[in-house]
Design a protein. Sequence first.
Lengths: 450, 101
Amino acid sequence: MKLLSVVGWVMGLMLALPAVAELQIEVTQGADDAVNIAVVPFGWLGRGELPEELHQVIASDLQLSGRFQALPVNQMLSLPSVSSDVYVRDWELLNTEYLVLGQIEESGADLSLRFELYDVFKGAVVFQQTIIGRDRDLRDMGHHVSDAVYEALTGVPGAFSTEILYITVVESENGRVFRLNVADADGHRVRTVLQSREPILSGSWAPDGDQIAYVSFERDARPAIYIHNIRTRKRQQVTNFKGLNSAPAFSPDGTKLAMVLSKDGNPEIYVLDLASQPRKLRRLTRHYGIDTEPSWSADGKSIIFTSNRGGQPQIYSMRLEDLEVERLTFEGDYNARAVLANRGDGLIMVHRLRGVFHIAYLDLNRGFLRVLTETSLDESPTIAPNDSLLIYATQVDGRGILAGVSIDGGVRFNLPATEGDVREPAWSPRKKKIFNPIVETDLKSADKME
Amino acid sequence: MTNDEQILAYIGQVQRDIVSRWSRPPSARNGMQAVLRVRLVPTGEVVDVGVEQSSGNEAFDRSALLAVERSARFQVPSDPNLFEKNFRSFTVLFRPEDLLL
């Protein structure tokens, strides 16, 4: 339809202006196929064998993003580890558009990884980098390569070097066990931060990516909020009020913690100032309805929350300056657990459509709402720091798992399964490990010199 | 068929070729636009393509360039007059309307 109208428009223009107008063809649609990429097994100049196959880490990252189709190694016709050894025809035959090549060299205790992104169509290197790490950093180095390749080809920073916090519940003969786990964004390298027979809920990250907050019922089976540094393993209990202590959320500058308390009657939203001594607690909402699930605007000046003050759960925002409340959602009879996305232009939230819970995106400027997921009982959406992917908890065959979807709805994936029921994922705001590339010759200027 | 009708048929084919090869990056948004200059030889092969007006988003520009480069060869009128007037050198406006964001 669109194509026809464009052709019609072009015809109108050409009839109106014969001979003079230069031809302009308008393209308003695309096919958006996944990009064919080959991550060739990296060369290894060192003793023994490497503990990780880096090309597998990278290929799986890129594949998981849904934007790339990685070529299986057994289909590759040659295995170059530097661009000077690339025979372009080998890859053209396979329809491969880009190559990721690399070589790891042992130098003392360090591993030096030099990698290149190669454009098969142009027959040229897009960029190259060298990073240095240790044996134990190999997966991090792989995620760094994935991030760099993803950013170079999509214009969006990769989020493969980040981590995910989530809760698992395992039923055993001796009862239920709750675990608060941290894993790499690809689901690997799972570490348990806290284990308890009593419920653990609402894990969330501080902006530094080192501290987390959560609710644990470990003391007298009553809820309390804790802040826990997952690197130093120090933790502190920050609330112990009568009734509900729930849904902690750090402010973007990390100095405040929003939470829900019912100490004054029904659930209301409070902000605890972590920087003040003693810590000051400010009550934000005052309503006989339930106010819960606070999250912050990027500038830290407003709180987004769920309230049933209008009769059904809907999303509201409150300005901290004057406590002015604005209702944000109007479509549907259930909207909850909202976080801001797309640079504050939209909300990601749980939306009930015909009795089924989905994750939806609400464009706050244009007012339209789009359901992103096809699963049901979807809950707890959390956005990657690159603002382009989100993960959420859902049910498959009666079991809780984590699934992901791109913010435009175009890409869907499931995260690798773990034991038990998985709940309440939270995406870390920062990369786990940052590698600073060693500066090399600028390739673009080198090209020009040739 | 008049000349205009013929040209329109060829334009439609060029559009379809590019649409089927245009894979937009996740940073693409409706309303972005880039204009590419395409130069062909009379056999329809692309001999040159460049960005005439950038969208300001490098990945978006690159995706548009790739869509034309991947097309490699377009069907063009065999009538030299029609070819010279319209297809020797033309521009393509990339302006997505069907993205979700």
